[in-house]
Write a protein that binds this ligand. Sequence first.
Ligand SMILES: C[S@@+](CC[C@H](N)C(=O)[O-])C[C@H]1O[C@@H](n2cnc3c(N)ncnc32)[C@H](O)[C@@H]1O
Length: 223
Amino acid sequence: MTVIKVLSIILGLFALWQVLIRVFRKLFHFPAPAFIGSFLDSNYRRKLQPPEKIIQRSGIRKGTRVLEVGCGSGAYTTFVARAVGREGRVYALDIQPEMLQQLESKLARPENEDIRNVELVNSSAYELPFDDDSLDLVYMVTVLQEIPDRSKALQQVRRVLKPGGILSVTEWLPDPDYPWKSTTIKIGREAGLVLDEAPGNFWHYTVRFRKPQNSSWALPDTG
Ligand SMILES: C[S@@+](CC[C@H](N)C(=O)[O-])C[C@H]1O[C@@H](n2cnc3c(N)ncnc32)[C@H](O)[C@@H]1O
């Protein structure tokens, strides 16, 4: 009985926290502050949201040229860098220089000296500094809902992806901006991307889209 009581209290507090933080985020919209960088890049979090799962669900492979939009402090960047290997490349992009500084420090640690294929890019998702049709894969982990104009950001993603290239969007329930899977699918489709697969559950899912072959990068005419 006591165990049930404790579990109910924990669940109740989690639900209350989720309601309060979501209301707060609706009222005050800003990028995740850089001081939470060490929480984001923690082994505790990676136990709940394992990098191997994100890599496998996103279709990241050896030799892939990857853009990580909203890399933050780099919780997943080093794992992806090793997954794409020497023939691949990771462009780790974030709007906040303070987040990129944390990733830079992480890459400078002795245990990461084997990683030479990561390039840090300080830019907004609205202005991706890459050529049209130039990247194999773009991924975002708990980022898309943080971007106020998601359609504008996905137009850019669609522009820089090669025809047939992948966009993978991963979401995680404790994130205050967490959306339903159906919402993520709708946003991607509205940006002219084709749904490939959406593995995972309510707690942690990835939606994988493809840029259509023979695609011009302009948004479809919905008028
Ligand atoms: C919740 S954090 C997630 C960071 C990382 N993906 C992770 O899972 O640890 C969201 C990140 O997206 C970045 N971000 C928010 N809006 C952005 C935008 N418009 N362009 C580029 N990055 C953005 C924030 O600066 C922040 O580092």
